[in-house]
Design a binder for this molecule. Structure first.
Ligand code: HEC
Length: 152
C-alpha cells in the first residue's frame, strides 16, 4: 500500500488531466496544500521549541493531520506548465521539479518517513516529540532548498 502511494504521489499526469484546470488555479491549489502542511507544522514546532506547553492530544492531532495530508494525491497539483517559469510571480515551484522528478520524489519519500516517525513519537512526551519534529523540518527544508524558489 505504501509502495502504491509513493509511486502514484508525485507522478506527472498526462496533459489531458493536467489542463482540466487552469495553470494558475493549479498553482493556487498547490500553495493551499502546502499552507496546510505549514499550519500543522507550526503548531508542532511551537511545542518543540517550548513556546506552548506540550500536550499529547494536540501533538497527535497535528501528526494525524500531516499523515492525512501525505495521503493526498498531489500529482495533479504538479501538472506540467505550472512552474515559476510558466507563471512568473504566481508560484515558487521551480522547473527543476519537472526536470528531476526522481529526486523530487525522493524528497517526498523523506517527508512520508518523517511523518510516520512523528506519528509514532508525538504522544510519547516532549523528549520524543522534539527529534521527530526536527527530522520533519529537515524533510521540508530538504525539498525547499532544491525545488522552491526563495521569492515569487
Ligand atoms: C517534495 C517537496 C516538498 C516537501 C517535502 C515539502 N515542501 Fe513545502 N513546498 C514545496 C514546493 C515546490 C513549494 C512551492 C509551491 C508553489 O509555490 O507553487 C512549497 C511551498 C511551501 C509553503 C508556501 C506555500 C505558499 O502559500 O506559498 C509552505 C508554508 C510549505 N511549503 C511548508 C512545508 C512544510 C511545513 C513541509 C514539511 C512538513 C513541506 N513544505 C514539505 C515542496 C515541498
Amino acid at each position: 500500500m505504501r509502495k502504491f502511494l509513493l509511486s502514484t504521489l508525485f507522478v506527472v499526469l498526462p496533459a489531458a488531466v493536467a489542463f482540466a484546470q487552469s495553470a494558475e488555479d493549479t498553482a493556487k491549489a498547490r500553495m493551499a496544500y502546502f499552507e496546510l502542511l505549514g499550519f500543522e507544522m507550526h503548531g508542532l514546532a511551537a511545542m518543540a521549541k517550548g513556546e506552548v506547553d506540550y500536550d499529547a492530544d494536540v501533538a497527535m492531532a497535528h501528526a494525524k493531520d500531516l499523515k492525512a495530508l501525505t495521503g493526498y494525491t498531489i500529482s495533479d497539483l504538479f501538472a506540467p506548465g505550472t512552474s515559476n517559469a510558466d507563471l512568473p510571480g504566481k508560484t515558487r515551484a521551480q522547473p527543476a521539479i519537472w526536470e528531476n522528478m526522481d529526486s523530487f520524489q525522493e524528497k517526498g519519500k523523506a517527508l512520508f518517513v518523517a511523518v510516520d516517525e512523528l506519528n509514532a513519537a508525538a504522544g510519547n512526551g516532549l523528549d520524543a516529540l522534539r527529534p521527530a519534529v526536527g527530522k520533519l523540518g529537515a524533510a521540508c527544508k530538504g525539498c525547499h532548498d532544491d525545488f522552491r524558489a526563495k521569492d515569487f
